[in-house]
Design a protein around this ligand. Structure first.
Ligand code: GTP
Ligand code: SPV
Ligand code: MN
Length: 593
């Protein structure tokens, strides 16, 4: 049998470009050891045992949660840090007002100073990964170098990681280089830098999710969106789900909702009793890469292979699929603990926390027991409703694209765009309340176009143009909708029950695609009348429904004016066709009474 050293040598010799880069990085960061990840079960097990041994992973109660572990991140490192995330293009304008920007040479110098000697005494892990089905022409590979074994375990669950990815890299021209170190976890010495023109990412000082698992938001959205623009496709913050009706027909829908606004939940939706015979198939829960097909339709693949989902609020009635999926072989990050070592979170529905997410005795005076952005990491194949099409190399054809936001007022339950260009306007105008997924204030309404405010790797004006261009290439484009599951009454109660009941809205959308359901035309688009939605068996009061489906013209006049001034921030790169759509919408609202 080959020794560990021989196996490393075999992997390194597979791809000399990676090996040369690893040598350069090692000379600069000075690790004690280098470990090339092969992605095997044995390797995963060894790394996991190492983290258990040093106390950073805590085995959870094995009866109810077999194969599950708790990881507590640094209390000052619990979410993405948008204010420390940069897109470093040669020309400042290319990054756009939607990104923080630094001149690439200066950014490299800053990062290289942080990385100097930072891996002394640590292991440098080489993590080859593939985003997308390993044999898909749309998949793209990268290599993350990291000094965090927790990151390696997560990358193993979230991507196709290891030997096969390295084999693919060896056959291809390019791969994305991601360099990551947790550093000292000092928020003052933390940056996440992207160099799209060099297909390079440098991330220092955080071990958390989207800051550190570089295949996810850094590669699959920021770098990929840049590549997608020049290559004619789209990289989006979208779930992809197959909705099978009782006749056995499956339609695929992609939905872009901002962080912590319901993608994982919708991707795993449980049909209500009224919808017996319907089935939901998860293709992806966070990111979609969309390609125009030769048949004029738009096809989606999920570049990821696992879920990094919000834990709080997950229970058997909100999301039974996720709830059951995360009862085995799951890494929990920043949840609380019960006396018998089970994970606990707000909304779990049973048990009592004794230790909070920081490991302190639970005291409600310190806030919630689980961190509001506590996450689970789990292999997508554990999901009982994992779509048989999720690994299809060509992806799945989309019938509909849905944008959405979390807004207590104004945005109706659902509205259908008049056509693709109007749909791009609805997407570009998305506004949503901020959530715990990013550091900073929660509950503040901000514009989040296509749910990509934190993730678009280039100027939003160019991005909207690209959306219009992609649409122009589709002879059978998906219909576009906007939803809002989060309308509230004056007392702060949700007007719509949400979760599984959202299928009632999705069913209306799919019937619209087939021309089989009614709607009324309004100045902001097509809305269902109450009788157009199947509401049998759902408790929504008639006046709540009226409010959910109302179009307040005075408020919309103000909203469209606000959208116009928002677009003004992106002048002169906002496409004329988008401004024309906005002007037409304003004229329709002005003319209505
Ligand atoms: P990211 O992983 O951050 O991109 O988030 P996500 O969009 O996948 O969000 P997720 O599905 O995890 O939902 C986030 C929060 O919204 C959870 O607390 C859910 O319980 C809640 N939520 C999801 N869907 C609904 C819904 O239809 N109605 C209401 N009221 N809450 C919902
Ligand atoms: C999000 O914030 O949108 C997430 C979690 O999906 S993270 O991976 O941290 O970006
Ligand atoms: Mn996300």
């Amino acid at each position: 049998m080959a020794t560990a050293q021989e196996r490393v040598a075999a992997l390194a010799s597979l791809e000399p470009r990676v090996a040369a880069w690893v040598q350069d990085v090692a000379a600069h960061t000075r690790p004690a050891r280098i470990h090339w990840c092969d992605g095997s079960d044995a390797e995963y097990e060894t790394l996991r045992q190492g983290l258990v041994h040093d106390g950073s992973l805590l085995p959870l109660e094995p009866g109810r949660f077999p194969g599950c572990y708790l990881y507590r991140s640094d209390p000052a490192d619990v979410a993405r840090v948008e204010h420390l995330t940069y897109v470093c293009t040669r020309a400042r304008e290319d990054a756009g007002p939607n990104n923080y920007w630094m001149e690439p040479r200066e950014a490299h110098a800053r990062m290289d100073a942080l990385f100097a000697g930072c891996m002394r005494g640590r292991t440098l892990y080489v993590v080859p990964y593939c985003m997308g089905p390993i044999d898909s022409p749309y998949a793209r590979c990268g290599v993350e170098i990291t000094d965090s074994a927790y990151v390696v375990l997560n990358m193993r669950l979230m991507t196709r990681m290891g030997r096969d990815a390295l084999g693919r890299i060896a056959r291809e021209d390019t791969f994305v280089k991601g360099l990551h170190s947790t550093g000292e976890l000092d928020p003052e010495r933390r940056f996440i830098m992207h160099f799209p023109e060099e297909l390079t990412i440098k991330s220092f000082g955080s071990g958390y999710g989207g800051n550190a698992l570089l295949g996810k938001k850094c590669h699959a959205l920021r770098i990929a969106s840049w590549q997608a623009r020049s290559e004619g496709w789209l990289a989006e913050h979208m779930l992809v789900v197959g909705i099978e009706n009782p006749r056995g027909e499956t339609h695929y829908v992609a939905c872009a909702f901002p962080s912590a606004c319901g993608k994982t939940n919708l991707a795993m939706l449980i049909p209500p009793a009224r919808f017996a015979g319907w089935r939901i198939w998860t293709v992806g829960d966070d990111i979609a890469w969309l390609h125009p097909g030769s048949d004029g339709r738009l096809y989606a693949i999920n570049p990821e292979a696992g879920y990094f989902g919000v834990v709080p609020g997950t229970n058997a009635s909100t999301n039974r699929v996720a709830f059951e999926t995360i009862h085995r072989d799951t890494i929990f990050t920043n949840v609380a603990l019960t006396a018998d070592g089970q994970p606990w979170w707000e909304g779990r529905g049973e048990g009592t926390p004794v230790l909070d997410w920081r490991g302190r005795p639970y005291d409600p005076a310190n806030g919630p027991a689980a961190h509001p952005n506590a996450r689970f990491t789990v292999d997508a194949r554990r999901n009982p409703n994992y779509s048989p099409m999720a690994d299809a190399p060509a992806g799945v054809p989309l019938s509909a694209i849905v944008f959405g936001g979390r807004r207590r007022s104004l945005a109706p339950l659902v509205v259908q765009a008049r056509d693709w260009a109007h749909g791009v306007l609805l997407g570009a105008a998305v506004a949503s309340e901020t959530t715990a997924a990013a550091a900073g204030a929660v509950g503040v309404v901000r514009r989040d176009p296509m749910a990509m405010k934190p993730f678009a790797g280039y100027h939003f004006g160019d991005y909207w143009s690209h959306w219009l261009d992609v649409g122009a290439r589709l002879t059978r484009p998906p219909a576009i909708f906007h939803v809002n599951w989060f309308r509230q009454d004056a007392g702060g109660r949700y007007l719509w029950p949400g979760f599984g009941e959202n299928l009632r809205v999705l069913a209306w959308m799919l019937a619209r695609c087939g021309g089989a359901s009614g709607a009324r035309e309004t100045p902001i688009g097509w809305l269902p009348r109450p009788q157009d939605l199947d509401l049998q068996g759902v408790a929504v009061a008639p006046d709540a429904l009226d409010e959910l489906l109302a179009v307040d013209l005075t408020a919309w006049r103000e909203e469209l004016a606000a959208i116009e001034s928002y677009f003004g921030e992106f002048a002169p790169r906002v496409p004329a066709a988008l401004l024309a759509e906005l002007a037409a919408a304003r004229a329709r609202v002005a003319a209505a009474r």
